[in-house]
Design a binder for this molecule. Sequence first.
Ligand SMILES: Nc1nc2c(c(=O)[nH]1)N=C([C@H](O)[C@H](O)COP(=O)(O)OP(=O)(O)OP(=O)(O)O)CN2
Length: 108
Amino acid sequence: MLRTFIGFNPEELVNKQDVVINLEIEISVPNEALESDEPDGIYDYKKITKRVITYVQDGRFKLLEVLTKNLLEMIMEDDRVRWAKVEVDKPHALRFAESVSFEMEAKR
Ligand SMILES: Nc1nc2c(c(=O)[nH]1)N=C([C@H](O)[C@H](O)COP(=O)(O)OP(=O)(O)OP(=O)(O)O)CN2
């Protein structure tokens, strides 16, 4: 759960709100890493998590769709990613709904 500027209503342009982000990432694991139990060449899930946190917290997004798409593109930049799914949930986005979420996926 992160806080960012999300939405296009006047109050949303000046107040940060919570977003809940779920990532699913299917990767290739080098055989060397499986045999050696050493992290060289692995897809480091901590690195992508830190990148996502910085990008979301420092950014401004009017549309939930755009934040979801940009995160998916960021994850797909790495050639080791075979498939990924990004879900961004905006709690209390609508007065009469618990939340609204967008989900997008891509594969090579
Ligand atoms: N396709 C999208 N539609 C909307 C988005 C979006 O990102 N993608 N965003 C918004 C607003 O930013 C906000 O999340 C909801 O709008 P709001 O007018 O505040 O909704 P309410 O239910 O609270 O409105 P009330 O008039 O107070 O009932 C909208 N759509």
